[in-house]
Design a protein around this ligand. Structure first.
Ligand code: GLP
Length: 263
């Protein structure tokens, strides 16, 4: 795992988007794993900007989102399908047929997870998985105690997640209590993982995920088991990290990061 600390959220977002766009240039038919949440809105705005102004080409790209609320149809403005269309897909030249989310209104809720897993396999697996983190340490909607081997399935959301996400609904009580989410095991199968964490309210959980023990109580700590993870954070989120100096030293000295240091 590498941790890159940028001075502010805007710089962290720009770096995340640039890494994604550079991987897309190297592999135009990238399969992205995508995330939602407030943090990612700025990443998608930056990718749209790179598409408009630098010709970043999504025409051959495919995507699989981490999760979707159960019971919300795609046209509901709180569904993650609506979010993705609004923030990214409608603003770049991706073929909508190549964009995938779990179906929140699937008739057979038990069959939806395996169907989604198979679709990922059929696409050749996820090349890069973008992640945020919930205040309870979740990645996707893998709430505390999610098995580190879990696959896409239904999950009941915690009161903490409800508190974090329900203000995004016009009527907070409309937030579903269950969601489909890729499992921790599904996420760990991605070839590369980029996690973006910004803001002081994430500092505690970030330190637990990165420097604490691997535990199903903090799903994001499972990323320590993956061989190619970069965690991009801003100064505010980094305040509780004990190894800050070491992480900065790596960023300054590792040749892979040379093109990104001046951003
Ligand atoms: C939701 C998503 C997560 C995301 C989290 C962070 O719960 N299921 O994938 O990481 O939001 O949200 P925010 O960026 O709003 O803090």
């Amino acid at each position: 795992m590498e941790v890159i600390i940028r001075p502010d959220a805007q710089a962290a977002v720009k770096l995340t988007a640039k890494i994604m766009a550079d991987d897309l240039i190297k592999k135009p038919d990238m399969v992205f794993g995508l995330a939602t949440g407030r943090t990612m809105e700025a990443v998608y705005a930056e990718l749209a900007n790179l598409h408009r102004n630098c010709g970043t080409d999504f025409s051959l790209a495919k995507s699989f989102n981490l999760d979707e609320y159960i019971g919300l149809p795609s046209e509901d403005k709180n569904s993650y399908r609506y979010y993705m269309n609004y923030h990214l897909f409608n603003n770049v030249n991706i073929d909508l047929r190549n964009t995938h989310l779990p179906n929140g209104i699937a008739e057979d809720l038990d069959a939806e997870g395996p169907r989604y897993e198979q679709a990922i396999v059929d696409a050749g697996g996820i090349d890069m998985q973008l992640l945020g983190i919930g205040c309870d340490g979740h990645i996707g909607f893998n709430e505390p105690l999610s098995s580190l081997a879990s696959r896409t399935r239904q999950k009941a959301l915690t009161p903490e997640t409800y508190e974090q996400n329900s203000p995004l609904f016009d009527n907070p009580e409309d937030m579903p209590k269950r969601a489909f989410t890729m499992g921790v095991g599904t996420i760990l199968d991605a070839k590369r993982i980029v996690m973006l964490v910004t803001g002081a309210e994430k500092a505690d959980v970030l330190a637990k995920a990165v420097e604490g023990p691997v535990t199903s109580m903090i799903s994001a700590s499972a990323l320590q088991l993956h061989s190619r993870v970069v965690v991009i954070v801003d100064e505010e989120a980094a305040t509780k990290l004990e190894g800050k100096d070491y992480y900065n030293w790596i960023f300054q000295n590792e040749p892979e990061w040379e093109p990104y240091r001046s951003m």
